[in-house]
Each structure stands twice: as C-alpha cells, then as structure tokens.
Design a protein around this ligand. Structure first.
Ligand SMILES: [Zn+2]
Length: 406
C-alpha cells in the first residue's frame, strides 16, 4: 500500500535519517528500536488468570499440568507494578495510560499525567517517527485500554469526546466491537461523520473492509452488529458475522503491510469483562482467543525475528481468582469437566445467576475474591528485538521506554 501519505512518510524518514547521520546523536536509538512492534494487553489477565487457562488446557490434553499458553513460553519474563498515582488498585484507564504514556495517573483518567497534563503515548510518538499504527480490541474502540493510546481526558466515560481524539491522530487502523456514543449528543455530528471528515473510512464487517481497504490509508474496522448501534447493551460476546481478535489482527497486518515500520497494540478486553462477572470458563475462552491473536504475531515474528518485538502484558488483574478455595486441601480436585459441561449446557454463558455461578465455582474449587480489580504486579512476557529488557521487577511506566529502546 503506497499512498501519498506513505510517500510523505518515507521522505520525512529519509530526511530524519540524514539528520541523524550528520549529527551522530541518535544512532543508539536507531540501533535498538524494533522495526515491528506488537504490544498485547490482556485486560485483567494477571498471573493467576493465565495459569488457570493453562490448567484447563492440561485437562483438555488429558494431562496433569504442563500445558502452556504460547506467550508464557517467551524467553523473557518480568513483573510490572501497576499501582496508580494515588491508589493501589488500578483501573484500565490509569494502568493503560501508564503503559501507553509512561506516566502514573489517577483512576478514570486517560492520556494525562497525575496533574492532568496531556502525556504522549508510545503510539503517537512512533507515528510521528514514520511508524504505521494499529490499535485494536475485542471490546469498543473507545473503551479505556485502546483510548489510552490516543485520548486525553479526566473522564474515561466521556466516550463521544474520547472518539474525537482519534481525529488528527493519523493512526492507520483502529478496530473493535464498535464505538460507544457514536450517534453524537445534543445535535452534534456523529462520530462516524467526524471520522469521515478526518479522512477515515468506517467499515462494518470483513466484507466492507475488503471493499474499501485499498482506497485509503486510514480505516476503522467495527463488527457488523455495531452498525447504527451505540453499543449500550454490548455484552462481550461475538455475534454472527463478527470476526475474532486474531482475524482483526490479520486485517490490520494486511492493511498496513511491512514496507514501513509499525506499532500494533492489541487488547484482549473481554478477559476483564468475564473476570468481573467471575465467569471462569468465559474468561478462559477469552484468554484463548487472545492467545490466538498472539500466535498470529508469532507467525510474523518467525519471518522477521531480528526486527520484531512482541510484548504481552496486563494492565491489572481482575476478580482475584485462584485454583483452590476453602479449607479442605486434602480433597483438592479442580473439576474442569464439571465446569466445562455446565458452560456448554448454558450456551457458554457459564451461569444462570450470580449465586449459581458462585456455587458452581466453589464446587469446582475455583476461588474468586472480588468482582472488581485487584492490586498486584502483572506479568510481562517478551520475545524478539530488545526483549531482554523485560526481565525482573519493573514499573508499568517503564514499559514504554523499554519498547522504544531508551
Ligand atoms: Zn475491569
């Protein structure tokens, strides 16, 4: 895909490269920064959530332990502190901002520091350096985690104005379940109109995407069911015609290509939503879908191992889940068979009521301590160029600079 904008970027990049050579000041950064960057954020996916999925995978393989998610086998692993500017328990807005912008802030705030000043996200920074940018999620595009990469606000629920911050970003691909508050308020233009004025094409579903992708360098992919829908009743499930997170990543990769460097942030947002509801099997399903998207990035990595960095992390953990609950360790039997059977029989909802769900989790020896987030360091897994920096204890505000090789 070579468009006028691409040519402009190449020209700018050559000019900047020329400056760098003549001044000899930025060779370290140019040497260390990966050309292709994937940042995966499993919303709510702490160490316990990931190990719970691995326990289920072992059950499915007919083994006692030993099955792994692909990213937990990455060669570098660390733990990131995720407390906020003033709380031990982060929300996705503050933790997303720390990861994206490298600053601590307050819960509910996006893309601003603890004093409310706008902070530059890694996506904006790289966009200005000629990288193509893709931001995607399985929940709405203007939800907290993706918004941390382009928005600046003290109100994470001001969805209409958050969408407006996409305007002028120049990001090439945004994808998700839909856009909250797309119709506009008090007679203001819809988000769709504003995005189209800014040069974006909004596509609903893979067919529309295929029809328009060649004619633009800025595109927004939304699931087909989001058409004409403010997502007031978005329920964290794929509907007929929706595509998976893995397929969304494929669309993005095909769209932006590899002629120019890129930064892609891909969020598994449904993990958090399922964990809030303490829905064990649904949470695992979302983690496995998230893993499939990571497998897609691994395919890319295998053909560009010297130029690609993949980082997988979480903003915070959700639900306080544990393998094991109660006092009777001698009777330990985490009953995946029972949990899975009930989940399938209930149409993969995993509960008919909160109380029944709670009883079933307890019976299967799955513990949940909260229906909200919990305060604990989150895992960081890394592979590829610069991955060795993601080892040991770090703060979530360090992730941005580590990716940038600074
Ligand atoms: Zn949450």
């Amino acid at each position: 895909m070579i468009t006028m904008k691409s040519l402009f970027r190449i020209t700018v990049a050559l000019f900047v490269a020329g400056l760098s050579l003549s001044s000899c000041t930025s060779s370290r950064n140019e040497d260390t920064k990966p050309r292709y960057i994937f940042l995966f954020i499993g919303d709510g996916m702490g160490v316990n959530q990931a190990s719970m999925a691995e326990s289920y995978l072992s059950y499915k393989a007919g083994k006692f332990g030993g099955e792994r998610l692909c990213f937990t086998e990455f060669p570098y692993f660390g733990l990131a502190e995720n407390y906020t500017a003033d709380k031990y328990i982060a929300c996705s807005a503050s933790a997303g901002t720390s990861i994206a912008c490298g600053v601590k802030t307050c819960n509910g705030w996006l893309g601003v520091d603890k004093d409310g000043n706008p902070a530059e996200s890694i996506a904006c920074r790289l966009q200005s350096e000629g990288y193509n940018i893709g931001i995607m999620t399985d929940v709405p595009v203007n939800h907290a985690t993706p918004a941390a990469f382009y928005a600046h606000t003290k109100n994470r629920e001001d969805y209409y104005n958050i969408s407006k911050d996409i305007l002028g970003s120049g990001f090439n691909f945004l994808g998700g379940a839909g856009l909250y508050s797309i119709t506009g308020k008090n007679g203001e233009p819809s988000t769709q109109e504003l995005l189209e004025e800014d040069g974006y094409i909004l596509c609903y579903g893979a067919e529309e995407f295929a029809a328009y992708a060649d004619s633009t360098d800025k595109i927004v992919y939304l699931q087909p069911n989001a058409k004409g829908n403010d997502l007031a009743y978005y329920d964290n499930r794929y509907n007929e015609g929706d595509i998976s997170l893995e397929d969304m990543l494929s669309l993005c990769l095909d769209f932006i290509g590899e002629e120019e460097p890129f930064f892609i942030m891909c969020e598994g947002g449904g993990i958090d939503w399922a964990a809030h509801a303490n829905m064990t099997m649904s949470m695992i399903e979302k983690i496995l879908e998230f893993e499939e998207a990571i497998e897609k990035a691994m395919e890319f990595y295998r053909s560009h191992p010297d130029e690609t960095l993949i980082v997988v992390t979480a903003d915070h953990a959700t639900g306080g889940c544990t393998l094991g609950v109660g006092m009777d360790w001698q009777e330990e039997l985490v009953d995946w068979e029972k949990l899975e059977k009930q989940w399938i029989e209930s149409g993969k909802l995993n509960r008919s009521s909160y109380k029944e769900n709670e009883a079933m989790n307890t019976e299967a020896l799955i513990g949940w301590t909260s229906s909200h987030h919990t305060g604990c360091p989150v895992p960081v897994y890394a592979i590829g160029k610069g991955a060795e920096k993601f080892i040991g204890r770090m703060d979530n505000t360090e992730i941005k600079d580590k990716i940038l090789g600074e």
